[in-house]
Design a protein around this ligand. Structure first.
Ligand SMILES: Cc1ncc(COP(=O)(O)O)c(C=O)c1O
Length: 432
């Protein structure tokens, strides 16, 4: 497949559906203005009008193997005649639950020998926090970092600092202290410890590569310092691997790039189900202290997660992600050298980003790329993230960069403004 846009965007069928969706959808999110069809191949998908897009957003890193991957299509076929497909899996077990648990344990850091499956990244984070603070009566707050994103449920958003829109209006939150996401973080944590004492700190939660907050890659010193201090004072160190985990950075877990082992991890997205992962001794002994009706119960999700891990192993996708990520960043740096409004190329593996000079230019470029068939996402202040599926190759990377380069040039012309129906849906990408 190749990019092919043959209608105005959104196309007429999508426009009609989008209007109906907007009326009823309580989240008021700003969806991409198209509807997926079932057709697609590799990094490309067709919308319901037959337009072909190149996907460098991977549904916010949750679609690691792209469209209609044969291994995953086989999984779906296997379950075609089975119902129900969803079980109250913590209480009424299915074999797929056990299979994924066993496979997941082959890729978790040493000593992390147990996991609890739930439904969403935010739930994985919440349960990571819950098992960290359980039975510690003096705990008063948790520690997070500037630029953090851990989800939108109430406890998770208490530790979100990436954007105000997520936390605005919620006066009632779990108390937090916020550390800088840089090499001074260790010193700042020590200051908190000296002022408050270690028993008040429930946990330190970190993304080794920040997602929503800007695809910022933690420096080695920062992570080493934080790990050393949390170990010394017996403060649980939670790594949120919801976006960066499961191979995207070229290692199974972003934290593996630092040769550091956390106490607890959260995973979701690429795994297809969410998981709180830790040593068995860190989970409650009492039956039912943590659980969820649908936890570990959607058998296609579980089987997909299993097949994704196996495919990553079989096809050597970790080293492929590193190699293609290095190539993508090298090409981005070349572009940065020639286009002054582009700066701060950064990333690890297939998790990469760059900044544009202003937020308006960034938003215009995301829209312009979309109009030219490339799906991207913004991040941080004025950043654009590139998150292709793991099966991406050089040709798709080159194609994406050609679209980006042209879009930046076109949008940089004085007085540039998008027009038409698209502006009702994404012109300013207000929520992003
Ligand atoms: C690092 C991180 N943690 C947690 C979440 C929340 O995951 P979910 O949207 O599945 O609740 C996200 C979602 O983007 C994320 O990127």
């Amino acid at each position: 497949m190749k990019i092919k846009i043959k209608t105005k965007l959104p196309g007429p069928k999508s426009l009609n559906l989008l209007k109906r969706l907007k009326k009823l959808n309580g989240s008021n999110s700003v969806p991409y203005p198209y509807f997926h069809s079932k057709e697609g191949e590799g990094c490309y998908f067709k919308d319901i009008e037959g337009n072909i897009f190149l996907d460098f957003a991977s549904q916010i890193a949750s679609n690691p193997l792209g469209y209609n991957h044969p291994n995953l299509s086989k999984v779906v076929e296997r379950y075609a005649k089975r119902s129900p497909i969803k079980y109250a899996g913590q209480d009424f077990p299915v074999k797929e639950h056990l299979d994924l648990l066993e496979e997941l344990m082959t890729i978790t850091p040493k000593g992390m020998d147990s996991a609890f499956f739930i439904n969403s990244g935010a739930e994985a984070v919440e349960n990571a926090m819950k098992i960290s603070i359980r039975n510690k009566n003096n705990v008063e707050f948790g520690v997070c970092f500037h630029g953090s994103f851990h989800g939108r449920s109430l406890a998770a958003l208490s530790f979100v600092t990436s954007k105000q829109i997520y936390t605005k209006g919620y006066g009632l939150k779990i108390p937090s202290r916020i550390l800088p996401f840089n090499e001074t973080a260790g010193d700042e944590l020590l200051k908190v410890l000296n002022q408050e004492g270690s028993s008040k700190i429930g946990f330190v939660i970190m993304e080794a590569v920040q997602g929503e907050g800007g695809y910022n890659v933690a420096k080695h010193k920062m992570i080493k310092d934080i790990r050393k201090i949390t170990k010394q004072y017996k403060i649980p160190f939670i790594c949120d691997e919801v976006q960066a985990g499961m191979g995207r950075t070229g290692k199974w877990w972003a934290i593996d790039n630092y040769n550091v082992k956390p106490d607890v991890m959260s995973s979701a997205k690429a795994l297809q189900v969410a998981a709180t992962i830790s040593n068995k001794k860190n989970f409650p002994n009492e039956e039912g202290a943590i659980s969820s009706t649908w936890g570990g119960g959607h058998i296609i999700d579980l089987a997909m997660g299993l097949e994704i891990i196996k495919t990553i192993k079989k096809d050597g996708l970790l080293s492929r992600n590193k190699k293609n990520g290095d190539y993508l960043r090298k090409r981005l740096v070349e572009i940065e050298e020639n286009i002054p409004v582009i700066s701060n190329v950064r990333g690890l593996g297939l998790m990469n980003a760059f900044d544009l000079k202003t937020v308006k230019l960034r938003n215009d470029v995301v829209v312009e790329c979309f109009k030219n068939g490339l799906v991207l996402l913004s991040c941080g202040g004025s950043g654009i993230r590139l998150i292709p599926p793991y099966i991406v190759g050089k040709s798709e990377i080159d194609e994406s960069l050609d679209v980006i380069k042209k879009a930046v040039e076109d949008c940089s012309v004085k007085g540039f403004k998008h027009k038409g129906n698209i502006c009702d849906f994404m012109s300013c990408l207000k929520e992003q």
